[in-house]
Write a protein that binds this ligand. Structure first.
Ligand SMILES: Nc1ncnc2c1ncn2[C@@H]1O[C@H](COP(=O)(O)OP(=O)(O)O)[C@@H](O)[C@H]1O
Ligand SMILES: [Mg+2]
Length: 266
């Protein structure tokens, strides 16, 4: 499988004008590769989704550089063939899967069509591959013939993951993928993603405001506060020996002692 890597240098994103706008992200310098599972944690409004959307080429940085496999995201966005390859390599899974599925289509169609246009699979091939990926997620292919309102929230999130995985991405950006789900269904999805990362060497960038899920799935953490990374390191180090005051405050909000954070989700 191909290697894939993001390199970020002093990335900033401002919404609105220089004078009256709002800086959502600033000074981010980092690397993310397909061999890593990196958690990005921070409170609501700290800039996590803006970062995720920039990584997925859905938003452009105001300044600084984001390169994917050596190529500037801005250049990838400007070239249709490059963007198609990029969409095969990097997939976003979001929180609100209700609105991301077109109610006029079956779940199967919503999975098949984008895969066909990105990979050039025939209809028959895409149909069969949809069955495979749906089964991989522990769902029945028969259920895929329903519209998205015909399944539960947890099932719909699994279909959203199937839709991302059908193109065999090298890096998955997961933005609050379990935050809206009951704890009882979160564990299965987190375990699936963790196993997928390990077995396929697909990178995971796991964005969330919830520490237990994030530390369970991620071997590294970035703590985001007001648009900046205030702490970065291995998950174990960050939860056992936090350096930044904000991280200490964040950890204090959890009943569990750090060592049991994993057990809470598993
Ligand atoms: N499209 C946008 N236009 C203007 N402001 C935005 C936009 N998207 C996000 N913001 C602002 O940027 C900040 C960071 O938002 P976001 O990245 O969604 O944070 P998080 O995902 O951590 O909750 C917030 O203050 C938010 O209001
Ligand atoms: Mg968000």
């Amino acid at each position: 499988m191909n290697a894939a890597e993001f390199v970020l240098e002093d990335v900033a994103k401002r919404f609105g004008s220089e004078r009256r706008g709002h800086v959502a992200v600033k000074g981010l310098t980092d690397r993310f590769s397909n061999t890593q599972s990196v958690g990005i944690i921070g409170e609501s409004g700290s800039g996590k989704s803006t970062l995720g959307r920039m990584l997925c080429a859905l938003e452009t940085a105001t300044s600084g550089s984001i390169r994917f496999n050596g190529e500037e995201i801005a250049d990838i966005r400007a070239s249709k063939p490059k963007l198609i390859q990029f969409r095969r390599d990097v997939q976003l899974i979001g929180q609100d899967t209700t609105s991301s599925f077109d109610p006029r289509h079956s779940l199967r169609e919503s999975i098949m069509y984008p895969a066909m246009s990105l990979t050039g699979l025939s209809r028959k091939e895409a149909y069969e591959k949809t069955d495979q990926v749906v089964e991989l997620l522990g769902l029945s292919p028969k259920m895929a013939d329903r519209p998205s309102e015909g399944v539960s929230g947890g099932q719909r999130q699994r279909f959203a993951i199937a839709r991302a995985l059908i193109v065999e991405p090298r890096i998955l950006v997961c933005d609050e993928v379990v935050s809206a789900l009951d704890v009882s269904v979160q564990g299965g999805i987190l375990n699936f993603l963790k196993t997928y990362h390990r077995d396929r060497e697909a990178g995971i960038i796991f964005i969330s405001h919830g520490l237990p899920a994030t530390s369970f799935i991620s071997s590294e953490l970035r703590v985001m506060f007001q648009g900046e990374f205030v702490e970065a390191g291995s998950t174990r180090r960050v939860v056992t020996e936090p350096e930044a005051d904000y991280t200490k405050k964040l950890l204090a909000g959890y009943r569990a002692v750090p060592e049991t954070l994993e057990a809470e989700v598993a």
